[in-house]
Design a protein around this ligand. Sequence first.
Ligand code: NDP
Ligand code: OXD
Length: 314
Amino acid sequence: MTMLMHLSDVNEQEWAAAFRQALPNHKIVTRQDHFDPQEIKYIYVWKPEDDAFNGLDNLEVIFSLGAGVDGIVKHPRLPKNIPIVRFVDDELTQCMTDYVVANVTMHHRQATRYKRDQAQKNWSQYYPERASTINVGIMGLGQLGKDAAEKLAMLGYNVAGWSRSPKGIDGITEFSGVDQFDAFLARTDILVCLLPYTPETEDILCLETFKKLRRDALPGGPCIVNAARGGHQNEEEIAVALKDGTLGAASLDVFKVEPLPAESPLWALDNCYITPHIAAISGLDAGVKLVADQINRYEATGELRHLVDVSKGY
Ligand code: NDP
Ligand code: OXD
């Protein structure tokens, strides 16, 4: 059985070497190696190039290096009816929760206000309200959103989540579907995006959305945290909202174009907290173990876990 590594912007050779250790009875090839496309049964993918699936007529499973599979499901030459398995891992979830908690608490504790005061050498005491007065709204209550919601609730925040279908998570107020989106926004002070990027969620972080957020709880205005995909955000409108006060601050880990171009107005805004797509990473050890386990189980029983529903896009 042969597995092809197709990992753009990632050290493909390093992953291949680790897979050779974990799956000694399998042949692991990279794009630099000579191989017959017909022998490829598995492909391990991140940011697939246009020719990623060319000639792979005997492909049985597509494994995604990422938790997000938008780059795979929208691939113009994605082979039909081949199962896609995505990355789901406790360590990645924990990392994402760290990022979300850090940024939510930062906005609750008025980081921008104190940064501006410091620049002016201004000693002005303002005591942030307690966490239970702050309404956090998490868009997406999947693997990542659910954990972040539960941890924020443990810290005392008043947490709600919005997903396609209700989940019944203890201690979290739930909203679901398009019909309940406005009610969810109307009670939200800090809006966190952990949605998959699909046609329905494209540009969901836009002025129209921001104007519907609750305005009277956070002194500087409502805030957003996006650690999902740049495709979720209208960056021109975020810049406008950050300048005119519609938003108090934004934490953005992902961008429409990465790296974020130097011309982006977001770089210069002191209430925009930019990180270079580092909220959570699929670690090599965990990734190799997860895929090796999946392959061993699949070959023994035919079972695959964490399958993507291509019709939904995640
Ligand atoms: P999941 O698939 O587990 O969860 C997705 C959630 O979004 C589900 O609750 C789903 O609802 C909800 N959802 C999907 N579409 C809609 C919609 N149209 N309206 C309302 N809710 C919707 O994904 P994960 O939690 O594992 O990951 C989320 C995203 O995080 C990934 O797709 C990826 O893009 C991003 N990510 C970013 C990283 C980074 O470093 N910045 C790292 C890892 C992931 P339902 O369950 O009801 O269908
Ligand atoms: C992912 C990511 O989707 O790192 O896993 O963005």
